[in-house]
Design a protein. Structure first.
Length: 208
């Protein structure tokens, strides 16, 4: 592995994409059925109860949304703000894992509210609660958030974002061949400019 490969691996785009992917994985998991509870044995014919992640651990849904917001915020945050975003993202990821584990350990307690609503019982006695793999998916999302937060805190020190606020005498933001990245190119395109144009080594300069 060359010296530049780790830098490419922890580039701004990759770190932000990891954070977004982590949030989406967590969100996908929490919106699915986590626990299926069979009906109690009685003379009344009842159907099984499906308990979603949002019902079993409502905090996970809110946390995954915050995790996604952190990944988006990292795209526009300044140097100091990125550390704050990374800290929040780390806590969110840890929180997701922390809320999923009790569900895996005690699905009866996690499903109690939905079971009580459906059957009038806190727990269906002698019933085999069926735990799906979706809680694990959400937990994986939480772990990825933690990794994304660590990557953000570690790699963002080398991100070249200061040039967004530098100006030439013509009032244009300076973006050189060395500092220009995919986000700069995208910004230039969205502003109707050609990121390959410029004077000398200054490319993709944008008016602000």
């Amino acid at each position: 592995m060359t010296e530049t490969e780790p830098k490419r691996l922890l580039s701004r785009r990759n770190v932000i994409l990891l954070g977004i992917a982590a949030g989406l994985v967590g969100l996908l998991g929490v919106t699915q059925t986590w626990i299926t509870v069979p009906p109690p044995s009685s003379g009344v014919q009842l159907g099984s109860v499906a308990v979603s992640g949002a019902d079993a651990a409502s905090a996970v849904l809110a946390l995954t949304v915050v995790g996604l917001a952190c990944a988006v915020a990292a795209t526009i945050a300044g140097k100091i703000a990125r550390y704050i975003v990374a800290a929040v993202q780390f806590l969110v990821g840890a929180g997701v894992v922390g809320f999923v584990i009790p569900v895996l350990l005690d699905p009866h307690k996690a499903a109690a509210a939905k079971v009580s609503e459906a059957f009038g019982l806190q727990v269906v006695p002698d019933a085999a609660y069926q735990l799906s793999f979706w809680p694990v998916v959400s937990m994986v999302g939480g772990v990825l958030m933690v990794l994304a937060a660590l990557a953000l805190a570690w790699s963002s020190r080398g991100w070249t974002s200061g040039h967004r606020y530098e100006r030439t005498t013509g009032g244009r933001a300076v973006v050189t061949n060395e500092t220009m990245d995919d986000i700069d190119r995208w910004d230039a395109f969205t502003e109707g400019e050609d990121p390959t144009e410029g004077d000398g080594d200054v490319k993709g300069a944008r008016y602000h």
